[in-house]
Design a binder for this molecule. Structure first.
Ligand code: ADE
Ligand code: ZN
Length: 353
């Protein structure tokens, strides 16, 4: 909770989340519970795995994206059954609902599981069950985005893409789009250009993590060589004013994750993020939590942290909320409903102010 005067406004603001890794919402408590249930041995050589509390303490000291990913992939190892994936996602949706999320477009990393012998279909079964329950219980709508792990062979990503496609997951809406995540530097987006080109011909939505640890050229190459329609993180965009102008003109949504960028030391402090620059240059962006269980901040915490650092106005937050909806990959009717509720919320708030 922040101490700004806008806290009540931000708390009740209907939110869209577009940059959330379902595996990144695995809390240390759930990790230990599933490890015990599934008889999965956690590393004994690392004292961080002595207890949920010591693991949480270690999460306070990430030194880089790769340092975080080391723990993230160990976390994956406790997820075995469709029920585990369902519990993980339902826990996230429950928490997101508490933060005012009405629509979530969530990433998952099939290769983080298939490489351990867990079938792609098992992962998706669990997640889709959680999505259905969350919509019934909380009215949250959601979409799955299938991410490729860029540090693994392209052939591996291609196999997963083909498997999802053969199951009809793109054509029937089970999975709305593709993304690219894991270690950025040294793994440029164009490695995956053929998969992205095929996805474009099939009208599958496309995004990629770019400009998180990598420089601005990772952003331009994602757009030019992979045809992405969104950029995840994109904090290095401000280093290239021409590219920034283009992203603004083409209304490419940047899904920002402020607390993540500080925790993974992509910036020293939140004030160093180009949020004011993006607003001044018309870059559309949304505010998201990335891997909330690892970074100690869910979406509301990220909204509060941004407000404490930048002191945005109600009008600016209204613009951010609307850009997030307009850049969503849900049906037009759902977008209209959400836009209407934002308009009503802003009008009500202005009347009270
Ligand atoms: N996978 C999960 N979180 C990630 C991040 N912040 N960057 C790249 N890959 C990720
Ligand atoms: Zn991410």
């Amino acid at each position: 909770m922040c101490k700004t005067s806008l806290h009540p406004f931000l708390k009740a603001l209907p939110k869209c989340e577009q940059h959330l890794h379902l595996e990144g919402s695995l809390s240390p408590e759930l990790l230990f519970r599933l490890a015990a249930l599934n008889n999965v041995a956690l590393p004994t050589s690392d004292p961080a795995f002595e207890s949920p509390a010591s693991l949480l303490a270690r999460y306070e000291r990430f030194t880089s994206l790769d340092d975080f990913l080391h723990y993230y992939f160990i976390g994956n190892s406790v997820l075995l059954t469709a029920n585990d994936f369902e519990s993980l996602a339902y826990e996230y949706f429950t928490r997101a609902h508490g933060d005012g999320v009405v629509h979530a477009e969530v990433f998952f990393d099939p290769q983080g599981h298939t490489t351990r012998g867990i079938a792609y279909a098992i992962v998706v079964e669990g997640f889709t069950r959680a999505q259905a329950r969350a919509e019934k219980d909380f009215g949250i709508t959601s979409k799955l985005i299938l991410c490729f792990l860029r540090h693994l062979p392209v052939m591996d990503a291609d196999n997963i893409f083909k498997e999802a496609d053969a199951l009809g997951h793109f054509s029937n809406g089970t999975v709305v789009g593709i993304g690219l995540d894991s270690s950025e530097a040294g793994f440029p987006p164009e490695l995956f250009r053929d998969i992205y080109a095929t996805a474009a011909t099939k009208n599958i939505r496309r995004t990629a993590h770019a400009g998180e640890e990598g420089d601005a050229s990772y952003i331009s190459r994602s757009i030019d060589l992979c045809g992405v329609q969104r950029i995840d993180h994109g904090i290095r965009l401000a280093d290239n004013p021409l590219l920034m102008k283009r992203v603004a003109e083409e209304k490419i949504l940047v899904t920002m994750c402020p607390i993540s960028n500080v925790k993974l030391r992509c910036v020293n402090e939140l004030k160093d993020l180009p949020i004011r620059t993006f607003l001044d240059n018309g870059v559309r962006f949304s505010i998201n939590s990335d891997d909330p269980a690892y970074f100690g901040g869910y979406i509301q915490d990220n909204y509060c942290a941004v407000q404490e650092a930048f002191g945005l106005s109600v009008v600016e937050w209204g613009g951010i909320a609307k850009a997030a909806i307009e850049g969503s990959w849900c049906e037009d009717a759902r977008k209209m409903t959400m836009l209407k509720s934002i308009e009503e919320y802003l009008t009500k708030f202005e009347a009270q102010a």
